[in-house]
Design a protein around this ligand. Structure first.
Ligand SMILES: Nc1nc2c(c(=O)[nH]1)N[C@H]1C(S)=C(S)[C@@H](COP(=O)(O)OP(=O)(O)OC[C@H]3O[C@@H](n4cnc5c(=O)[nH]c(N)nc54)[C@H](O)[C@@H]3O)O[C@H]1N2
Ligand SMILES: Nc1nc2c(c(=O)[nH]1)N[C@H]1C(S)=C(S)[C@@H](COP(=O)(O)OP(=O)(O)OC[C@H]3O[C@@H](n4cnc5c(=O)[nH]c(N)nc54)[C@H](O)[C@@H]3O)O[C@H]1N2
Ligand SMILES: [Mo]
Length: 644
């Protein structure tokens, strides 16, 4: 602790606060995240704190803020079950949100009229429940939804009253949508699907007003991810299908606390509690924290943060609950950056990881099952996580480690927490601070929780935000809180968080990819998940049973591409991109489109010397959200002969 503190102090003294960075994770609990963000942005005085949510949710955050003026998911999980048409875009729900998938499957069995459409270049296990699968050309989602908007206008199913009363910018969005294709035949061709398949989807969307569009990384992890989000939201705003039972847009978050991190300001362009770097918000947070040194402008986002380490601008980094050597694009640059950075502190619950290998100081953090706090899921529902086991060895909760360093830096008073409940109360108080009608009101509030007692926190049931003053009431002075609303939805009657209260249509121009396959790298590499591994396998890799489903890294490739490249099933192949090389086993599969290959993101140097996809992936970013396009890298492939 002293060493971390000394190095932090001397870096700040010598080079200023912006030479320091913190890189966090959607696997931290809200309380951990709150404290880390407070230390960086309020006390160290730099907004160079970003999180792996930049690789995960940033495009949804950007898209929702553009449309709604706030990072709000308007609907609930229940709406998936109430919908007549569920559109899953870029989401392998069966493998990645298995609990939700089982709910959808069960409901579909009960309600045969419910239709499911899957939009994914690959035929995944999610297609098992699909009535229609659109195996679109990667990156063409904007075009597909621009086409849908134009179709809805042509069929006269717009909700003109909703558009007039609650939105702005519709005409321009429709003009741009129309101008992005010439006719249905050309549109289908550009999206790489049969015309009949496409129009069937459009017809189904026209026929029912109970439609939910849910999406995940096939949307977010894209050079045009924010536009994909807005192209989908545009269709929902135009039909008034938002925040209603069984209809609305629904972003499926990835990590356990990818939403909670956004609530406390984990991203470099957020300050705290859904506040940004406006003069009013800066002043408000500064006063609330009594912060001596509040950051005044956004900091560096994930990929740029590591670039700044590579160029020597950042000289101290604290990595908490994430494994960037594996999960960031262009890993060779990440490795170079960590080698150059004079101080690398890593907090992890596992000793040996690809990132921990570069740590000057490795801190033992308590993981899930040993720590205590809250997380927020995709439907704005905050749940308690409770420790099941005592802390192992010297491990400590992340909030404790950060608070301890903060105290040693001289900020003991502001970080004097006796447990996660103290932090939760403070976080709740900040959410309600100057947020009751004076000035611009913020969507995120759990204000009544500011006075929650210790026993109430221990037994707290899951609840959704926003939590207005009257949503909860105390049955008597010292008993538990009783819940009065079980499902909350927003925006069905407008009430957006933009300056004039109206939602914004965003004109989404269709753009050709920057980094397209060509002569040298003719195939397109898509990366993602397998059923039984979690991310960089630091934990699932330890379980023999979980290793059975997929026991080694692979490259899925269409039979024609395999033949053209002289690859045989189960043989080895070498994959090359402009950024690096990998060697893995070939898996010939007609679930792939021709010209496109898929490789899992999970394997690391701890498990496989050569089967690691991060070295290949290009660091192409969405210009709005700064989220990297992890699904679209040009590569070349050849058989690999081992030298023996
Ligand atoms: N088993 C398992 N479950 C997990 C995780 C895990 O590691 N393992 N991680 C969790 C996390 S953090 C996340 S973010 C979620 C991610 O959950 P998902 O987003 O469902 O998972 P991915 O496999 O990353 O990608 C989803 C799909 O996007 C498709 N796709 C690629 N390009 C495009 C495109 O241009 N358009 C469209 N429409 N689709 C495209 C891919 O083919 C892929 O099938 O999963 C969570 N759940
Ligand atoms: N090529 C490619 N890359 C991707 C993606 C992709 O689809 N393709 N997906 C991206 C997405 S959506 C995500 S979310 C990221 C995920 O990428 P990472 O965040 O890098 O992956 P994890 O393996 O979850 O890393 C979590 C680390 O924190 C440790 N840990 C677990 N719990 C705790 C805790 O409570 N405290 C602390 N201090 N440490 C803990 C784990 O041991 C592990 O080392 O990957 C991104 N990278
Ligand atoms: Mo994620």
């Amino acid at each position: 602790m002293d060493e971390v503190t000394e190095r932090l102090k001397s870096t700040i003294e010598q080079y200023g606060p912006n030479a320091v960075a913190l890189y966090g994770s959607g696997q931290l609990l809200t309380e951990d995240y709150y404290v880390a963000n407070k230390l960086m942005k309020g006390f160290i005085g730099s907004a160079n704190m970003d999180t792996n949510s930049r690789l995960c949710m940033a495009s949804t955050v950007a898209g929702q803020k553009r449309a709604f003026g706030s990072d709000t998911v308007p609907n609930n999980y229940q709406d998936l079950e109430l919908s007549d048409l569920l559109v899953l875009v870029g989401s392998n729900t069966a493998w990645c949100h298995p609990v939700l998938f089982q709910r959808i499957r069960a409901m579909k069995e009960q309600r045969p009229e419910m239709k499911v459409v899957v939009i994914d270049p690959r035929r995944t296990d999610t297609c098992d429940i699909a009535d229609l699968h659109l195996a679109i050309r990667p990156g063409t989602d904007v075009l597909l939804f621009n086409g849908l908007l134009a179709w809805l206008a042509d069929k006269g199913v717009l909700d003109q009253a909703y558009i007039n009363e609650h939105s702005q910018g519709f005409d321009q969005a429709l003009d741009v949508a129309r101008s992005s294709f010439s006719d249905m035949a050309q549109l289908a061709e550009a999206c790489g699907v049969e015309r009949e398949t496409m129009t069937c989807f459009y017809e189904w969307f026209t026929e029912t007003d109970k439609s939910v569009t849910a999406w995940s990384q096939g949307v977010n992890q894209s050079a045009v991810g924010s536009d994909k989000v807005n192209a989908m939201i545009n269709c929902h705003l135009a039909t008034g299908r938002i925040g209603k039972p069984g209809s609305g847009p629904l972003s499926l978050t990835g990590q356990p606390n990818a939403m909670g991190g956004r609530e406390v300001g984990g991203l470099a362009n957020q300050l705290a509690a859904h506040m940004d770097f406006t003069p009013e918000d800066i002043s408000r947070v500064e006063r609330f924290w009594d912060a001596p040194n509040i950051a005044k402008a956004p900091g560096k986002t994930a990929v740029d943060l590591f670039k700044a380490m590579d160029s020597g601008e950042i000289k101290f980094v604290w990595i908490m609950g994430t494994n960037p050597v594996v999960s960031l694009p262009n890993s060779n640059q990440v490795i170079r950056a960590l080698q150059k950075c004079p101080t690398v502190v890593v907090s992890d619950c596992i000793e040996k990881t690809d990132t921990a290998a570069f740590a000057d100081i490795l801190l033992p953090a308590a993981p899930w099952s040993e720590k205590d706090g809250t997380v927020t899921n995709s439907e704005r529902r905050i749940s308690r996580q409770r420790a099941l086991f005592p802390l192992a060895g010297e491990a400590k909760p992340d909030w404790w480690i950060v608070s301890e360093v903060a105290s040693r830096l001289g900020f003991a008073e502001a970080f004097n927490y006796s447990g996660s409940v103290d932090i939760f109360r403070e976080h709740a108080a900040l959410s309600g601070f100057e947020n009751n009608g004076s000035g611009r009101v913020r969507d995120f509030t759990i204000a009544p929780m500011a006075t929650i007692t210790d026993p109430e926190y221990q037994t707290l049931d899951p609840f959704q935000w926003p939590l207005s003053e009257n949503a909860y009431h105390r049955a008597d002075s010292d008993s538990v809180l009783s819940r009065t609303d079980s499902q909350s939805r927003l925006f069905s009657d407008g009430g957006f968080f933009t300056p004039n209260g109206k939602a914004r249509f965003v004109a989404t121009h269709f753009q050709q990819p920057l980094n397209a396959p060509g002569k040298r790298y003719p195939l397109l590499l898509n990366t993602g998940r397998v059923r039984d591994h979690w991310h960089t396998m630091t934990r699932t890799g330890l379980s023999p049973r979980l290793n059975q489903h997929t026991d080694e890294p692979f490259l899925a490739i269409h039979p024609e591409d395999a033949e053209r490249n002289r690859l045989s099933d189960r043989g080895l192949c070498q994959i090359s991109s402009e950024f690096g090389k990998a060697v893995v086993r070939v898996q010939i599969s007609d679930a792939q489109r021709c010209g496109e290959v898929f490789m899992p993101m999970h394997w690391t140097r701890q498990h496989s010397e050569t089967g690691f996809s991060g070295v290949l992936v290009n660091p192409v970013l969405d210009p709005v959200s700064k989220q990297p396009d992890l699904k679209f890298t040009p590569v070349s492939i050849m058989p690999y002969e081992s030298e023996q």
